[in-house]
Design a protein around this ligand. Structure first.
Ligand code: SF4
Length: 342
């Protein structure tokens, strides 16, 4: 296909020389109201997150609900602005959301949301939904756009006769295929997927995950895959970042982290993943309530639930530091020379 809808913004960026996506010290604080008089309480949804994603790489982001992963996903695209820190895409800081420069860049950075029905316009046919980004970014002429829509529908496993249907006439899995086709329309370099299969039937989830993996491989996409499902992340991601109360507490190559998690929170998450032949009585049960971003504990935010907490954990927050090749963890009890030097 000759339609120029697949620009490569990183064509001049040597692979590995600079990450495609880089976040440095991101902070997002919301205000919530609390108490009888509704006093404003600041909530640090994302607290100093730094990460990198290389072209063609998948970074999984895992954590319980309330860990800040969805907020972080929106911040990586500039949809949710960062109050501190910077996001760089292909080496340049993201323009402010809503500006013409940011809108132009959105052709290269797309999001796949959890709820496909909410992401689609119920008044538009499937073909119109998929063509919309091509119209917005003025890609190709009418015939080329029509051909591109047909190509995308075929690529994501939709039938040609579904082009004239409306979202409510499709199943949940088919709707998510439409969302994926739409996200791919302009040939993005980066896909941020926020729980893209959690609203789908279990029987459909694997199909959509496989589709995302196929599309990523076929198009050389960088992908940020946000999920609470560790099994899916293990199968799909190259690296994984574990979030707790707005911070990354562990990060590394997915196989290394799952084989030997270093942070006690990661150990608890990994121990609860079912596997053939795995004894569930060896699970590490987390005590206490799930994290509440409005009531952040002092010191290490995980200390009220941590089975290994010592006195210093209540007083001092551990920094996220290198612990092994390509790995980082934020725990006073993990790490070697780097932590000692930190
Ligand atoms: Fe547990 Fe302390 Fe490590 Fe935090 S710093 S994870 S409380 S051992």
């Amino acid at each position: 296909m000759t339609l120029d809808v697949m620009p490569d913004v990183t064509r001049d960026t040597p692979r590995k020389a600079a990450p495609l996506l880089e976040a440095d010290g991101l902070v997002r604080i919301y205000e919530t109201r609390k108490g009888l008089f509704g006093q404003p309480v600041p909530v640090r949804a994302v607290n100093g997150v730094s990460l990198k994603v290389a072209q063609g790489e998948t970074l999984g982001i895992v954590g319980e609900s309330g860990s800040g992963k969805s907020t972080l996903g929106r911040m990586l695209l500039g949809v949710d602005p960062s109050q501190e820190g910077v996001v760089r895409f292909a080496g340049a800081p993201l323009p402010a959301a809503g500006t013409p420069a940011w809108r132009a860049l959105r052709a290269h950075m797309q999001m796949v949301h959890q709820d496909p029905l909410a992401a689609l316009d119920k008044r538009l046919t499937i073909a119109d939904q998929i063509r919309e980004p091509l119209d917005i970014h003025a890609r190709g002429n009418r015939a080329e756009r029509r051909a591109r829509v047909a190509e995308l529908m075929q690529a994501v496993g939709l039938r040609p006769d579904q082009a004239g249907r409306y979202p409510h006439e499709l199943s949940g899995g088919q709707r998510q295929r439409v969302v994926i086709a739409r996200a791919l329309a302009c040939g993005p370099s980066l896909l941020v997927c926020d729980e893209p299969v959690s609203a789908l039937d279990v029987s459909i989830q694997a199909q959509v995950v496989n589709l995302l993996a196929d599309m990523q491989a076929a198009n050389g996409l960088a992908m940020v895959f946000i999920s609470h499902d560790l099994k899916v992340v293990r199968n799909l991601a190259d690296r994984v970042a574990v979030m707790y109360l707005g911070e990354i507490v562990e990060e590394g190559p997915v196989e290394a982290v799952f084989a030997a998690p270093q942070h006690p929170y990661t150990q608890a998450l990994v121990s609860s993943v079912p596997a053939p032949g795995k004894r569930l009585d060896g699970r590490m049960i987390l005590k206490g309530e799930p994290p509440n971003p409005a009531a952040r504990p002092a010191g290490c935010a995980f200390h009220p639930r941590c089975p290994h907490a010592v006195a210093s954990c209540r007083a001092e927050a551990p920094a996220l530091v290198p612990t092994a090749a390509g790995r980082r963890a934020a725990c006073h009890l993990v790490g070697g020379a780097d932590r000692l030097a930190a």
